[in-house]
Design a protein around this ligand. Sequence first.
Ligand SMILES: [Zn+2]
Length: 248
Amino acid sequence: MYIRLDKGIYMVGGGAGGPGISNYKDCNVYLVEGEKDAFLIDGGSGLDTGWILQNILETGCDQKKIRYLFLTHAHGDHGGGVKDLKAAMPWITIVASSGEKRLLEQGSEEELGLVAAKKKGAYPKDYVYPHCRVDLTAEDEQCFFAADGKITVVLVPGHSVESALYLLDKGEKRYLFSGDSIYLNGVLSLINCYGSTMEGYRNNIHKLAGRGIDALIPSHYRLIMTDGQKHVDKAIELLSYSSLPPMM
Ligand SMILES: [Zn+2]
């Protein structure tokens, strides 16, 4: 199962809180395919990576075309599937920010927020985080060229230690893969776990101003294909007030 969002842009994973096209615990996983190559955004939970691989196959995209896997952050529902994806497609380059790289490679359950998440019942009690190596550290404003577009890394710590957002510029349209950092209507996601700070949001949200974003594509909940910048601007505005912004 997969959902086509636009030409060459597919949702190939997404659990119970989203479209239900892969394991219940998976964040939305996106595949962007161009003429010559392709990339993935996030890896899901690792609880059933075979399902995501099957979805990729169904889009008709040749796995061999996938060059990068861009991680928004290390949390289990995003980073847990990376190890299996790398095993299935050893040629892909795993990209993450330096703060998230450390967690992906060796973060403790406490640092990954898993102790609290398990307590809440959000993960199976026996869930073991599959650590994996990150091949390339993404710097703020670093650019990649893949899938017939330019991908710019924007680091916005806040939801997690060093969350990365990926802005895809396809010329006629700009897509922001915003991870768990920004949802529609300027809603943010501060969680009661290691690495999640209001200060991170406050100090970094301005980086998203004036980006001309059309599609705002988060890792959970609703997405929107037009006027995405309005939703991002709303977050910037809300974060300038002394009261806490709305959270999911
Ligand atoms: Zn998260």
